[in-house]
Design a protein around this ligand. Structure first.
Ligand SMILES: NC(=O)c1ccc[n+]([C@@H]2O[C@H](COP(=O)([O-])OP(=O)(O)OC[C@H]3O[C@@H](n4cnc5c(N)ncnc54)[C@H](O)[C@@H]3O)[C@@H](O)[C@H]2O)c1
Length: 255
């Protein structure tokens, strides 16, 4: 990670090298933020960074496995050492584990899902807040990407549902604890989004017709449609919104 010195507000996006995170990176950059991509995929992160730089955007990439607390802490410590602050944190790094009945659930896969989707989100929130406290920040916004599975469950997805329900609870707790610093925390609940995470799933006509049958808008969403909501929640337009969960699901949860 190389230092960039701008007076622009900084938006940090975990999982920013692909899918919803990448759409967030592009949106915040276009809206005048300096952006910091945190992602485990070095090749993808470097490629995104190269494109951003070629378009003149203040941007940076930190290659980091979000499940390693010391790596996450190192990134925010480096920001502090450069006298920088971060205004927005978007937690998109996540995985969708394989489908399995609970009595046969591979224990390692359970731990991996909870590690990335929940512990990784905790580490990034912890270090973002730690930096904010050190800097005596007077505002800030965290947007945690949960899922419709953050409030509902579907068959054979226990680790995913457990991790995403926990992310919603974590977000609500942060909203309580940091409201006095005007740091807002909200969770978003995407439905079915056209990202690399769903490339295989979207090839399966049976699954897609079952899913589309349950989505009133009868289509999946683009990653940009999720980034629109995330950008809004990070902006001052959402100044009175904290501690809440916002679906972006084509009406799925309402049906
Ligand atoms: N795509 C959907 O339909 C959908 C629906 C609901 C929720 N979500 C959630 O949205 C978030 C983003 O998903 P997406 O669809 O954009 O997926 P994606 O696979 O396109 O992007 C996920 C990114 O996270 C990164 N990542 C994974 N593990 C990591 C780790 N240990 N450390 C650092 N980075 C890591 C990947 O390298 C990748 O760049 C996830 O939390 C996912 O659960 C997605």
């Amino acid at each position: 990670m190389n230092s960039t010195n701008t007076n622009q507000p900084l938006a940090v996006v975990t999982g920013g090298a692909s899918g919803i995170g990448l759409s967030c990176i592009n949106r915040f950059a276009k809206e005048g933020y300096e952006v910091l991509i945190i992602d485990a995929n070095k090749e993808a992160g470097e490629s995104v960074l190269k494109n951003l730089k070629s378009e003149g955007y203040a941007s940076n990439f930190a290659n980091c496995d979000i499940t390693k607390h010391e790596q996450v802490a190192g990134i925010f410590e480096a920001l502090g050492n450069e006298n920088k602050s971060a205004q927005v944190l978007v937690n998109c790094a996540g995985i969708s584990p394989g489908l399995n009945a609970l009595h046969q659930y591979p224990v390692e896969e359970w731990h991996r899902a909870i590690d990335i989707n929940l512990h990784g989100t905790f580490y990034a929130c912890r270090e973002f807040l730690n930096l904010a406290v050190k800097n005596h920040a007077s505002e800030g916004a965290i947007i945690n990407v949960a899922s419709i599975m953050g409030v509902r469950a579907s068959a054979a997805q226990a680790s995913y549902a457990a991790s995403k329900h926990a992310v919603v609870g974590l977000t609500k707790s942060i909203a309580q604890d940091y409201a006095h610093m005007n740091i807002r925390a909200n969770a978003v609940g995407p439905g079915v989004i056209d990202t690399p995470m769903n490339t295989e799933l979207m090839k399966d006509e049976n699954i897609m017709s079952f899913m589309l049958g349950r989505i009133p808008l009868k289509r999946v969403a683009s990653a940009d449609e999720v980034a629109n909501l995330i950008y809004f929640l990070g902006s001052s337009e959402a100044s009175y919104i904290t501690g809440s969960y916002h679906p972006v699901d084509g009406g799925y949860l309402a049906s």
